[in-house]
Design a protein around this ligand. Structure first.
Ligand code: PMP
Length: 440
């Protein structure tokens, strides 16, 4: 098969043959074709090098085309590319054991975790929602206003950002205010308490009073890197459980060591979820998602069939096992903590120099800069965000525009980012902000 690598041919084919919905989500004014990737770097059709601060949307956890992951997946694909869970295969079985072993065992050490592999993150969200509704016998779910949980109908129904939700999605979902410490409804640095009261109020006013559960991204991704303040995740779990529900942690972006301090984002608050949803970084780009749940919670789903054709695909699971091995052996989480900490410091320094920056935040290698027209009013500045984003692309930096107002630059790079990259990134961002200020 012949492939044309030219930018013009690729653009023409996309324009003619991709559905409009698949073409929409292109952030760049001047798109490029990516031909090659290696660890934290990408090269385009003309051989130009980029530092990838987006990790192909958080999927590339340990590095583009990481040789250990590629070798594991290739060897598996050559032996047997696909095998469903109808049949026995040891690779997904080993991977399930390894994933379950990353979960907290609880104070008595008796929590048993089980795994259901899916094709994607949003399918895992669907399954988690069904599990919670089936186990509790309640219908209503809570989700956060600036949440993103995926494109399937069920996942859209718990996605708070309206730009990602299409008409006619299923109901029985009540949204609560996100505990945003910069621009949340209770003001700057309001902490967790007023938002926890809000959860109680929403349960009373907008549900039957008995709920199936609540979904929380441990650090919100598309919401613009919104961290949960101390006490929020554990307090939310308490209130949700008091109303008969389950606490569901969405770790699709925040998992696998990305937050630096922990393997899982929820661990920052000491909460033990009932269900954990993961995908993306799980297999460094090979398609896979998983629901990891307490054994008794997953059990009732067996009353009917539930089968995901590519879930537990041994090629993706072989890649996933390699990812866990790399995280363990190459101290990936520690790198996310140290390098992410250094980058955050540089972002704080940039905030001192550039008035367009209203806030910098995040932890580990999950960071964001939020742009405002005026620090006093905090009016979101999508225009400067876009200008800086484009200037960075010209300078060889791939970022992401995020947040409900498209006024945040999100950074979720492969976790092999280095200290030298931090210097380079800070300099390029500085130049981009200086130019944007001149044009403002
Ligand atoms: N949850 C979160 C937090 C996500 O960021 C995403 C994907 N961006 C999903 C769920 C859905 O995952 P997928 O795209 O694999 O369906």
């Amino acid at each position: 098969l012949q492939t044309s690598w030219s930018l013009e041919d690729t653009a023409a084919r996309r324009d003619r043959y991709y559905a409009a919905s698949q073409r929409k989500f292109v952030p760049f004014r001047d798109p490029m074709v990516f031909r090659r990737g290696q660890m934290q770097y990408l090269w385009d059709q003309d051989g130009r090098k980029y530092t990838d601060l987006l990790g192909m949307n958080v999927c590339v956890s340990v590095g583009h085309s990481h040789p250990v992951v590629v070798k594991a997946a290739m060897e598996q694909a050559q032996e047997l590319t696909h095998c469903t869970t109808m049949f026995y295969h040891p690779v997904p079985a080993h991977f399930a054991e390894e994933l379950a072993n990353t979960m907290p065992k609880g104070p008595k050490g008796d929590i048993e975790w089980v795994v259901h592999f899916t094709n994607s993150g949003s399918e895992a969200i669907d399954l988690a929602m069904a599990m919670a509704r089936g186990y509790t016998g309640n219908l209503d779910l809570l989700a956060l206003r600036t949440a993103y949980h995926g494109p399937t109908s069920a996942a859209q129904s718990v996605t708070g950002i309206a730009g990602w939700r299409h008409p006619g999605m299923p109901g029985n979902v009540a949204f609560v205010a996100e505990p945003n410490q910069y621009r949340g409804i209770f003001g700057q640095n309001a902490g967790a308490a007023p938002y926890l009261d809000e959860i109680e109020r929403v349960i009373q006013t907008s549900t039957t009073g008995r709920i199936a559960g609540m979904l929380v991204e441990s650090v919100q991704g598309y919401g613009g890197i919104i961290e949960m303040p101390p006490g929020y995740m554990s307090g939310a779990a308490e209130r949700v459980r008091a109303a008969g529900g389950l606490y569901i942690a969405d770790e699709v972006q925040s998992g696998f060591g990305r937050t630096g301090d922990h393997m899982w984002g929820f661990e920052a608050d000491g909460v033990i979820p009932d269900i954990v949803v993961m995908a993306k970084g799980i297999s460094n780009g090979f398609p896979l998602g998983a629901v990891v749940a307490r054994k008794e919670i997953a059990a009732p789903m067996a009353e009917k069939f539930m089968f995901h054709t590519y879930g537990a695909n041994p090629t993706s699971c072989a890649a996933g096992r390699a990812v866990l091995q790399i995280i363990r052996e190459d101290k990936v989480q520690e790198n996310a903590r140290v390098v992410g900490g250094a980058l955050l410091k540089r972002l704080h320094a940039l905030k001192e120099r550039h008035s367009a920056i209203g806030d910098v935040r995040g932890r580990g290698l999950m960071l964001a800069i939020e742009m405002v027209k005026d620090p006093a009013t905090k009016a979101p500045d999508a225009q400067t965000t876009s200008a800086v984003f484009e200037a960075c692309r010209q300078a060889g930096l791939i970022l992401s525009k995020s947040g409900p107002f498209q006024s945040c630059l999100r950074m979720v790079p492969p976790m092999c980012l280095s200290m030298e990259d931090v210097d380079d990134v800070a300099q390029k961002l500085d130049a981009a902000f200086t130019n944007a200020a001149r044009a403002r």
